[in-house]
Write a protein that binds this ligand. Sequence first.
Ligand code: SF4
Length: 210
Amino acid sequence: MSTETLSDLLAAVRACTACEAYLPAGPRPVLQVNPAARLLIAAQAPGRKVHATGVPFDDASGERLREWLGLTRETFYDARQVAILPMAFCYPGRGRSGDLPPRPECAVRWRAPLLAQLVQVRLTLVIGRYALRYHLPELAQRSLTDVVEQGLGASWPDVVPLPHPSPRNNIWLKRHPWFESQLLPALRPLVQQALNGRPPSTHACPRQRT
Ligand code: SF4
């Protein structure tokens, strides 16, 4: 697909109203796509703050995610390096225990053609359960903790599952200290490797049960 066609595709996404009836704040697709990107962040859906600014991960979750990955804002928001493609592009509203799930219409309609544009991606970071189901459906029956723990596994070397960096996951992070002490230090070099255009080397899970 040509760059011009990507422009058409992005224009169609930005004009999309497919699930407008379910969006309390209305459609406002937030994504970052460029065919040159080498790192793909497959996320969940924008929160209320991101809906207001239109900037992906411009919130506490984003601050934590950039720290996890060892990326500056400059690199993170360089679309020629990093693509950010949530499972749904518009804020889904709030439910009883946090934001509602990403609207399913979005991935059905847009995900495949947009992913087809990302021909340079070397590493995909799958954030949260909905992205995991899409990108690693064979793992969908396992708990997210279990999958993250196996994490940097050789069976899916170009995809790394991560928990959501939301402050709502502080308890999960406290209960699983290996994530920050062992997995993230092993992940950061892979991120740099991907940004430099190299596929991730085969890597064993650094997790040591204690
Ligand atoms: S969430 Fe996706 S499908 Fe729904 S209106 Fe926004 S862009 Fe369209």
